[in-house]
Design a binder for this molecule. Structure first.
Ligand SMILES: CC1=C(CCC(=O)O)c2cc3nc(cc4[nH]c(cc5[nH]c(cc1n2)c(C)c5CCC(=O)O)c(CCC(=O)O)c4C)C(CCC(=O)O)=C3C
Ligand SMILES: [Fe+2]
Length: 373
């Protein structure tokens, strides 16, 4: 397919959205949790607790509907910009499972697809595990399309700019008097200390997960200051800690942080869920339900900033990353839109990037890639 006008997606003939998946009805909750935690040593009490979070929301995770909407928005954006490319969606942990999606893509004649994951940062859970999922599913499906995972997008303007605006909007929602002194509390998913330590390419100084988050938090805080003319103190904190209590995970937890704020006589805060692309269960439970209750108890006036969700800039990022990668694969000069002080992350993960804490497993889309064939 050659065309002189309009963008050219060659060598790609589809975009695949790859996500975590979540239960759709109460009967799904236990099988979903069993699947997520298989062989991962998560204590029974933690599982029961997380199950309750899902049951509190009718046994249905918000994540799948958000991905359906994102997929439709990306498709509309592509078509509206002269790219008649199909968009598919597959999950690690729930229907539609990735292997089923790959089978469908193959049957539809898709030969090579760019893959956008719904997680912006580097770590085993948020990057390599998706690469392992791609390997496993491609190995299961004969004739599966070739798959290229797009770079981690934490510092793409299409991700960061919606977070800046959401933070400004949240600040504006605080009453006069509370707004001026509000602290910005950037929140992301906690991960085990060992996973945090080994995150990122070994050649780039490790601890990439935190460094990437700090770079985004600093950038957002700085842009907010430019807009408001006011310097708001900011911190990076964590939610959704799991695992055995004896295993160290990234801290402080957002609730502990709010207690520390109260001890410093801070009375207002904006929670910025910088680790999440949409309002996942972690956002609607761990932040909106639990952390908001903690803030209230402590007398802190808190507002939660929106996630990128369906922001047109975030939706357009999918097209931008796909075309960027298409240029690179065609050997043409590439412009890589990037904000923050960190460089654009590489298209392919270098060997040893974000290793699996439970031992090496084959993965696609890296320089240590093994062929599934
Ligand atoms: C870094 C990271 C992301 C962000 C990157 C990404 O988006 O992929 C993420 C996303 C998500 N995590 C999710 C749900 C769960 N994560 C769990 C467990 C774990 N997460 C971990 C890390 C991460 N998780 C880790 C190290 C574990 C311990 C077990 C293990 O080593 O793998 C468990 C088991 C129960 C528990 O232990 O909490 C559940 C139910 C959902 C769906 C939410 C919804 O339904 O809206 C989403 C988007
Ligand atoms: Fe998780």
């Amino acid at each position: 397919m050659t065309s002189t006008d309009g963008p050219d997606a060659t060598p790609y003939d589809a975009l695949l959205l790859l996500s975590f998946g979540g239960p759709e009805q109460p009967e799904d909750v236990v099988p979903f949790l069993e699947r997520v935690t298989r062989g991962r040593g998560i204590p029974r009490e933690r599982l029961e607790e997380v199950g309750q979070h899902y049951f509190l929301f009718g046994g249905r995770s918000p994540i799948n509907d958000q991905n359906r909407a994102l997929m439709a928005a990306i498709r509309e954006d592509l078509v509206g910009n002269g790219l008649d490319l199909p968009v598919y969606w597959g999950n690690r942990n729930w229907h539609p499972f990735l292997a089923d999606t790959l089978r469908q893509m193959r049957d539809d004649g898709v030969r090579r697809a760019a893959v956008l994951t719904t997680s912006a940062y580097s770590s085993y859970s948020s990057c390599r595990q998706y690469r392992e999922d791609l390997f496993d599913a491609a190995a299961e499906v004969e004739g599966a399309p070739e798959l290229d995972k797009l770079r981690p997008f934490f510092n793409h303007p299409g991700f960061v700019e919606p977070v800046v605006d959401a933070t400004l909007t949240a600040l504006a929602e605080l009453p006069d008097g509370a707004r001026e002194s509000a602290e910005l509390v950037f929140v992301t998913h906690s991960i085990p200390e060992v996973m945090a330590e080994t995150s990122g390419p070994p050649t780039r100084g490790r601890r990439a997960y935190e460094r990437q988050h700090r770079a985004v938090a600093d950038e957002v805080a700085q842009r907010v200051r430019q807009e408001t003319g006011r310097r708001h103190r900011h911190d990076l904190v964590y939610c959704s800690r799991s695992g055995a209590p004896t295993t160290p995970w990234l801290e402080p937890d957002v609730n502990e942080h709010l207690e520390a704020l109260a001890r410093r006589a801070v009375t207002s805060a904006v929670l910025v869920p910088v680790g999440f692309v949409s309002d996942h269960m972690e956002v609607v439970y761990d932040l909106d339900t639990e952390a908001m209750a903690t803030a209230k108890e402590l007398g802190i006036e808190a507002v939660r900033a929106d996630t990128p969700g369906l922001d047109p800039r975030f939706v357009a990022m999918a097209r931008d990353l796909l075309l960027e990668r298409a240029h690179a694969e065609r050997g043409e000069p590439v412009v890589r839109p990037t904000v923050t002080e960190l460089p654009p992350w590489p298209d392919r993960c270098p060997p040893g990037c974000c290793p699996n804490p439970r031992g090496d497993r084959p993965a696609l889309c890296g320089d240590d890639e093994e062929s599934p064939a």
